[in-house]
Every structure is written in structure tokens, then in C-alpha cells.
Design a binder for this molecule. Sequence first.
Ligand SMILES: *Cc1c(COP(=O)(O)O)cnc(C)c1O
Length: 439
Amino acid sequence: MNQPLSRRKFVAATAAGPAVVASGQNTKLALLGGAPVRSGSFPAWPRIDALDEKEWMTVLRDRKWFRGNGAQVGRFETAYAKLTGAGHCLATMNGTSALIVSLAALGVGPGDEVIVPPYTFVATINSVLMRNAVPVFVDSDIETSQIDARKIEAAITPRTRAIMPVHLGGSVADMDAVLAVARKRNIPVIEDACQSHLAEWRGKRAGTLGATGCFSFQVSKNLSSGEGGAVLANDPEIIERCYAFHNNGRGRKVDSYNFSYQLNGANLRMTEFQATLLLCGMTRLQEQAKMREQNAQYLTSMLRQIPGIAPAKMYEGCTRNAYHLYMLRYDKAAFAGIPRATFLKALGAEGVPASSGYSPLNKEPFLKNVLNSRGFQAVYSRDYIKAWESNNHCPANDRLCEEAVWLTQNVLLASRGEMEQIAEAVRKVQKQAVDLRKA
Ligand SMILES: *Cc1c(COP(=O)(O)O)cnc(C)c1O
């Protein structure tokens, strides 16, 4: 999908346009040998332009590649805090380290529990396990694909040290409900905002509502430097603890030759190269976000009219969706009973690459192995682990994992006409679904 188009293919793809729609929709399914609704690829990601090349070479030639002697990481932190309206920003190596840094700064460690959704990228869970804490899964809200915030309070125990909602797909979890229970029970919130750059809850940016908000700039994300991450916090003390932890326990005040330590830590620092790509990417971020949002809204207006296709709903408080993923649910009953995998294959053949999304994380065998490992058993009793296992059920999430269909964010950077082709492809597959029963 990220292959640059050859000139000939590019001309073919752009020249094709709606004409291909007209011919494609009346032919046999592409999976069965007919003409596809569309050909050519969706916009490549990540994007670069002349600015990136110039700035990158400047950093390379300056030979200041480390935040200790360069200025780019600091510049990025200031710019990202300003963009989000956060009090402070700390750049990190990646999103996983942003989560680990946050958990460490808030004192989450062995014997603690962290409330997490089961529908997320595995790093959310791994970061908790890396602190030798236990992830406690709260079921998903199948309509939105977010954590079901109404079920958080029942999962709180005396061990709960943090609540970690994920703003999945660039949409926003029900932060009114999350923050209400967090305040009532006096438990800090760590927002996993790794997929929600520029998303908003009631006009405030995702990642600025909790004690910390964590971002990823891994190559697939809406703002990307290959690898990269950031922690946002309004409390300067929290960001200083984050800084020290990410800098081998050394606070901001020490110079290279002053070996004093505030706490334990690791080296999770961002490089000057990463920060440079992010500063360049930020010049395009707002425009791309607007385009994704407009295209997603247009696509939703078409897809929600198709029986058996349910685009993910947003909570009323989500005033801006970053659309890292375009998420919907597929009901095979409206498609002659053909399984999701066949639907995805047929859609792919029509020129629309879609995937089935996450599997149920709470059921992953590796979790049981970690909880029953020597280290964990030294902290958690056998009865405790048994009780965790018997409470670990997320039926709504199980169903979500069976029904979900995703498109990736770069698809939403295509033209309005291409959104029409996506809807056309879904309608075509539906119309001829019976023919796929044996495919
Ligand atoms: C990408 C992602 C992460 C991890 O970020 P990395 O930069 O890949 O370490 C964590 N949580 C979620 C929800 C993500 O999408």
C-alpha cells in the first residue's frame, strides 16, 4: 500500500476515477474474476516534502544528535504543548515508553492494579506488566469500540492505582464518566492517546484531561517520526518525575558531569532526528486532520445507509475525532451469511484494503504466563491470580473483535470520489454476497 506508484499506474489510477465505479458496480465481483470497483493505491504514508529533507540534513550536518546538545527535542516539546494546550510535554523514544514513564512517575508498581480496556494495541497492557502491576480489564462499549466507562467503578479495588482509558482509533473515550469516577475515588487517569492526535473532548485536546496523556509517533500514526512518543501533563512535578525516569533517573538540572540521581529510570530519550521529523510533520497535521475528518464524515453518511454496516459511534462529548482508524462493525446476516474474512477478501479485491482489527487481548495466553511467572507469584498470591482469571470476562469485546472492520488513516487522505468508491465496493459485495458463499 505504501509503494510509490509508477508513473503509468498513477496516470491510470487518476484517470480511472468515477468511470471505473460505473463499470465496476455492474460486473461480477472482482474476487470471482470481475472488474474491480477501483484500482490504484490509496495515498502513501508517511508523507515527506522538501522541508523534511532540508531540516533532516541540517541536523545531520550539525552533528548534534542528542537532546543534551541539540535544540530540536526542546523545540518539539514546546510546540506540541502549545498545539495541545497542555502545561508541559516530554518527548520520549516511543509511545510504549511514554506509557511506562507515566506509570512510573505516578508510582505504579508491584502489587498495584491498573484499569485498562481489552480493545487496544498490546502496548497498553505491556506497559502495565512492565511495572509488575496487573491489568484489570473493563469491557468495551460495542457501539463506540471504547472502554465502557459505566463499568469502571465496579472494577476498582483497594489496589487500583491508575485508570488508563484508550482513545481508540482517534475517537475519545467517555471522559466525563472516566473523570467522574476517577475524582470520586481519587485515582489518577493516564490517557493512552497514542492514536488520537488533535482529537478533542468538549473542545479540549485528548491527552490533556488526565494526570498524563501519552502519544505515539510510530510510523503508522497520524503524526510520525518512525518511532517516537510524548507525555503531556499539566502538573510540573509529574513532568519532572517523567523527565528523570526517562533520563536514567537524572533530573533536568544535572549537567553531563553531575552524576546525581532522583530515582531509578531508563534511557527513553527522543533523538534530535525524531524531533525534526515531528516538527516538519506538524506543519501538515492540521490540514491532514481536517481532511480525514471530512472524508470520514462523508463516508459515514454513505455507509450507515447500508444494512449490516455500523460505523463506530462517538460519544456526544467527542467534539473532534482524529480518525487514526475508520472503524465499523460488520453483520454477516445482511451479507448472505458470508464470514467477515470473506467480506474483507472481496472488499480487498474491489480495491479497498480493510482489516479485521484487534483480537481479544484479555484472552491472550501470554497474560496468564506472566501472571503465573516467578516474579509475579512473589507479589501476588495464587488465590489473587485465580480470582483475576475468573473475573476476566469481556463478552461485549469478544463480539466486537468478531465484527470489527477497519480502514487505516491514509485511506481518509484520498479524494471525496474515492470515499464514494469505498461505499460502492461495500454495496457491490452486499448485492452479490450469495455468490461468495462457496468462496
Ligand atoms: C501505537 C500505540 C501504542 C504504542 O506506541 P509505540 O510508539 O508503538 O510504542 C500504545 N497504545 C496504543 C493505543 C497505540 O495505538
